[in-house]
Design a protein around this ligand. Structure first.
Ligand code: IPM
Ligand code: MG
Length: 358
């Protein structure tokens, strides 16, 4: 029997609760599907680890997960650890060396969930945002001098490379081409940023030549927020820089009803390194430990992980089970306006997987 070795890194806050739920559901799914199973290795890296060891993960951390088939990641961030330390010490410390340059964020309005755009229903909002995930505004280049003095200077330099831009735009075109509508929107800001963003636009036009079946257009990021809210049905696949897509994906998640259901996949398309799957929501310390975190974002990203592993039927079954559950308002957690708990939602998804009807 095929066995997938998964590195589970629950991290901080509700990350621990949703990853536990996710592993449980994946085990049941594998049992129901047959033919494969999971071997989870759990790593207790994160802010608690930092408070003891002075680092978010051990020095040989990357080597310990390099050989796994995928990484199942919860959330990182704690109230008493500065965000830039927790983020750069764990999440980005994995994404960047493992060259997970395509960050894929699907958004849909799942059954039973109401969008804040009251008139918009499921089929009118079905997007995938591809976020450049290795450079750009998150390159980490910059510095601070003359701290505290009136002449203090601080810079965060956005780095865009031809290779880095081309590969993510190519990934987005290929993804758009594989989706039924074959529609891609390239987000830019080349009216104001006249170097890197102009190169970004030029590369998009070059790559487009290799994908004659894809209809594509270009959209300034500010205008894009309006189009997402006013004409969501005109969008399908979207590609944007690291920071632009960070912002747009929160808007997308909100328009789909809740950040609690949004998934994300950090993909190394060449498979030289394991890819990493996580819910978009953070560690949410305000609700941590209460058992009310929405596990749907984690289940959905588990679907992305199954697809990446080549287990498409299992991914589809899990998604059908999740949709069955979201369709029932009695199974909505508080982020969706309900009173359900992580446990009841997880049990309902498990029951749907075990039943014959999904
Ligand atoms: C995301 C998050 C992160 C990001 C935060 C936690 C730094 O907002 O995954 O979208 O900006 O990349
Ligand atoms: Mg974000």
């Amino acid at each position: 029997m095929k066995q997938y070795r998964i590195a589970a890194i629950p991290g901080d806050g509700i990350g621990k609760e949703v990853i536990a739920a996710g592993m449980e559901v994946l085990d049941v799914l594998a049992e129901r599907e047959g033919g494969f199973r999971f071997a989870f290795d759990r790593f207790d890296w994160g802010s608690d680890y930092y408070k003891i060891h002075g680092a978010m993960m051990p020095k040989d951390g990357l080597d310990r997960i390099r050989g796994h088939d995928a990484i199942f990641f919860g959330a990182v961030g704690a109230p008493d650890v500065p965000d830039h330390i927790s983020l750069w010490g764990l999440r980005l410390a994995i994404c960047q060396p493992f060259d997970q340059y395509a960050n894929v964020r699907p958004t849909r309005i799942l059954p039973g969930i109401t969008s804040p755009l009251r008139h918009v229903t499921g089929p009118e909002l079905d997007w995938v945002i591809v976020r450049e995930n290795s450079e750009g505004e998150y390159a980490g280049v910059g510095g601070r001098v003359h701290r505290g003095l009136p002449e203090e200077v601080a810079t965060d330099v956005s780095i865009m490379t031809r290779a880095g831009v081309e590969r993510v735009i190519r990934y987005a075109f290929a993804l758009a081409s594989a989706r039924p509508r074959k529609l891609l929107t390239v987000v830019t800001k080349s009216n104001a940023q006249r170097h890197a963003m102009v190169m970004w636009d030029e590369i998009a036009a070059e790559v487009a030549e290799d994908f004659p079946d894809v209809t594509w257009d270009k959209m300034l990021v500010d205008a894009m927020t309006m189009r997402m809210t006013m004409k969501p049905e005109t969008l399908d696949t979207i590609v944007a820089t690291n920071l632009h897509a960070d912002i747009l994906s929160d808007l997308a998640a909100a328009l789909a009803g809740s950040l609690g259901i949004a998934p994300t996949a950090n993909i190394n398309p060449e498979r030289r390194f394991p890819s990493m799957f996580e819910p978009i929501h953070g560690s949410a310390f305000d609700i941590a430990g209460k058992g009310i975190a929405n596990p749907v974002g984690t289940f959905w990203t588990a679907c992305q992980m199954l697809e990446h592993l080549g287990e498409r039927p299992a991914a589809d079954r899990l998604m059908r089970a999740v949709e069955r559950v979201t369709a029932d308002p009695g199974l909505h957690t508080p982020d969706l306006g309900g009173t359900a708990t992580t446990r009841t939602v997880t049990e309902a998804v498990i029951a749907a997987i075990r039943g014959d009807n999904v």
